[in-house]
Design a protein around this ligand. Structure first.
Ligand SMILES: N[C@@H](CCC(=O)N[C@@H](CS)C(=O)NCC(=O)O)C(=O)O
Length: 199
């Protein structure tokens, strides 16, 4: 069985549990309290030197980190990843974009809003870049039902993880109507699960 080490409330961890569930792959969730430094314990660092969740341990005992690399690994050969090379590369294009231009802004603003003192003044650049990311997604979704090939792929899973909770980071989602419709479409996919609330 797959072993998933993750933190409830983390979008990076949620995206992996969502895909495992939609692939009907049984897994065991190991809760890691990152606020107590559990991802930096000797035991955890032995599994992954980066000291970050999520990590996935395969039934063969191999360990994989980086949420979007895990999505890619699990989705290979399934309906969640196109076979055609250009389409596959477009999925990667969105997943890399998520980690560089979306998550570091929206997830970080949300972290400081929810788990910090709530004052985002020192994070104005994160907020501005987060709005830029939402605007770009909204523009793409004006002509597309999903991010790649008009079908649900791991590009959608990767982007859904922190977009659907962006409001918790103080982002006003009202102007992003196409994003709202896409969030709704993603939440209606077979086997969809909600993100577990932070413990
Ligand atoms: N690029 C990584 C980011 C992983 C990451 O930043 N994880 C956070 C939780 S969302 C974490 O483990 N933080 C605890 C720490 O850095 O000690 C991924 O996509 O998996």
């Amino acid at each position: 069985m797959y072993q998933l080490y993750g933190t409830s409330g983390s979008g990076n961890c949620y995206k992996v549990s969502l895909l495992l569930t939609q692939l009907y792959l049984p897994f065991h969730w190991h809760e890691v309290d990152i606020l107590k430094g559990e991802s930096r314990s000797d035991l955890f660092l032995k599994k992954s030197r980066a000291g970050k969740v999520p990590i996935l341990e395969t039934p063969e005992g191999e360990v994989l980190s980086e949420s979007n690399a895990i999505l890619f690994y699990l989705a290979k050969g399934s309906d969640f990843l196109p076979l055609e090379p250009l389409q596959e590369a477009r999925v990667l294009q969105w997943l890399f974009w998520e980690q560089y231009s979306h998550e570091p802004n929206i997830a970080v603003a949300r972290f400081h809003k929810v788990w910090g003192d709530g004052d985002l003044t020192p994070f104005a650049d994160k907020v501005a870049n987060g709005y830029d990311a939402l605007a770009l997604m909204n523009a793409h979704l004006a002509d597309n039902l999903f991010f790649v090939g008009n079908r649900y792929t791991i590009a959608d899973i990767g982007l859904y993880a922190y977009t659907h909770v962006a409001h918790e980071g103080g982002f006003d989602m009202k102007p992003y109507k196409n994003v709202a419709s896409w969030l709704e479409r993603v939440s209606r996919q077979p086997g969809h699960i909600k993100m577990a609330a932070a413990k």
